[in-house]
Design a protein around this ligand. Structure first.
Ligand SMILES: [Zn+2]
Length: 420
């Protein structure tokens, strides 16, 4: 019965693009997609806005995980109209703890101990600016202020270390990350003695900071502390799980990647196949095109991904898929790719001047409208080229061309509704 009640709120609308996301969609979305929703809802809420609303009453909603099953469900934020047929009750304080409430909360003896351990290790490290280590003092920025567990200037960078012991909730996590980002301070979430578990059993509080650090998690334990003391250098243990089980290594802070936006990480997650493929295609391509035999190898790899026994590299080559990819990539990157044309008008007009590429016009029209915009399509020469090309038979979404486009450019061709 409880499971049924949790799915009371059937459909939410994402205001950004008006996509409908049902409670069933939420169950199908993978961990990365769920985290995007979780953060977008939280960030909007922290800023007094809404990212997702109930389709019935229009009140902001969020997608917590049900504590027992860990499955996400839609829930109204506090204060939703009780008349909504999908009324989900008032969230309790365990679901939405305000930052102010949290500041007053008691911290555990372990939290206190780890905090002072971090301060001690930082103080012993020559990369720490002398006198810069401060425990529990407010940092003020404009109207807002935060009290990091430990802050310091390390290796010339202002840093804040926050201890996460399975208690900090997503509104506070996001609020702190945004605050330190504005302040130009690099934040590190640190836990104590992290024990790797299967991803689906990972505590939500750990999963949140894992995503904060580009799918890395930082922890201290006895061994790391002993190694830190022995070397006189602040060390952390980095964990990552990029699809094939957990790995870990001990790292000093200067060994981490420090992106200008976002939190540091030790090992970046692998890029999705289509991103990786596009990168390699672009690297191989010059203004004279994508040379053989690199093109053959890449088309071979692409053909294997298509899951269609009848399509091989030769088939793709005969279709002139290489030219199609370069035309799409030109619009995606905003400049000619694989041709000596001077601009995108020349790119599309030259591309469509060949009869055998007319079948791609429908796909290219979509690409151009999403990237360069409808106005571009209204230019006289462009409009005429498309009108000529589209009078012939067009490759549709079910064709090999449609498969290739969706596989390599999901962001351009994905259906907006519903999300899945
Ligand atoms: Zn509602």
């Amino acid at each position: 019965m409880k499971g049924r009640l949790q799915r009371t709120l059937k459909r939410a609308v994402r205001l950004q693009d008006m996509a409908v996301i049902t409670s069933d969609d939420l169950l199908k979305i993978d961990a990365d997609g769920y985290q995007d929703i979780r953060r977008a809802a939280t960030r909007a809420r922290n800023g007094g806005n809404a990212a997702f609303v109930c389709e019935h009453c229009g009140f902001p909603v969020y997608a917590p995980r049900e504590p027992n099953t860990k499955l996400p469900f839609w829930r109204h934020h506090k204060g939703a109209p009780q008349k909504c047929p999908w009324w989900t009750g008032e969230p309790g304080s365990t679901d939405e703890v305000s930052a102010s409430q949290f500041q007053g909360a008691q911290e555990s003896p372990l939290h206190l101990r780890v905090k002072h351990l971090v301060a001690e290790l930082l103080n012993a490290d020559p990369r720490t600016e002398p006198g810069s280590v401060v425990v529990d003092e407010y940092v003020v920025l404009g109207e807002s202020r935060r009290r990091p567990d430990v802050r310091a200037t390390y290796d010339g960078k202002p840093i804040a270390v926050e201890i996460q012991l399975a208690t900090t909730q997503i509104p506070i996590i996001v609020a702190r990350e945004d605050f330190y980002q504005r302040e130009g301070r690099h934040l590190i979430w640190l836990t104590w003695n992290f024990v790797p578990v299967e991803r689906k059993h990972l505590l939500t509080a750990f999963e949140d900071i894992y995503y904060s650090h580009n799918k890395n998690l930082f922890s201290l334990d006895d061994k790391v502390v002993a190694a830190s003391r022995a070397k006189g250098q602040f060390l952390v243990r980095a964990f990552w799980e990029h699809g094939s089980g957990w790995n870990s290594k001990i790292s000093a802070l200067p060994e981490l990647e420090w992106p200008s936006s976002g939190l540091p990480f030790a090992v970046a997650p692998p890029l999705p196949w289509h991103t990786e493929f596009r990168k390699r295609w672009l690297e191989a391509t010059t203004h004279t095109g994508t040379p053989w035999p690199i093109r053959r190898d890449l088309l071979l790899e692409l053909a294997e991904r298509l899951n269609d026994e009848d399509v091989d590299a030769t088939h793709l080559e005969e279709m002139d898929v290489g030219a199609l990819l370069n035309a799409i990539l030109s619009f995606v990157s905003g400049k000619p790719v694989g041709s000596a044309q001077r601009n995108l008008v020349e790119v599309i007009n030259t591309f469509l001047s060949s009869d055998r590429r007319h079948r791609f016009a429908r796909v290219m029209r979509k690409v151009v409208s999403v990237t360069a915009g409808e106005k571009f399509l209204e230019k006289d020469s462009v409009a005429k080229k498309f009108s000529d090309a589209m009078s012939g038979i067009q490759d549709g979404p079910e064709s090999v061309t449609g498969d290739v486009a969706l596989l390599l450019f999901p962001d351009l061709f994905q259906k907006r509704e519903p999300v899945g």
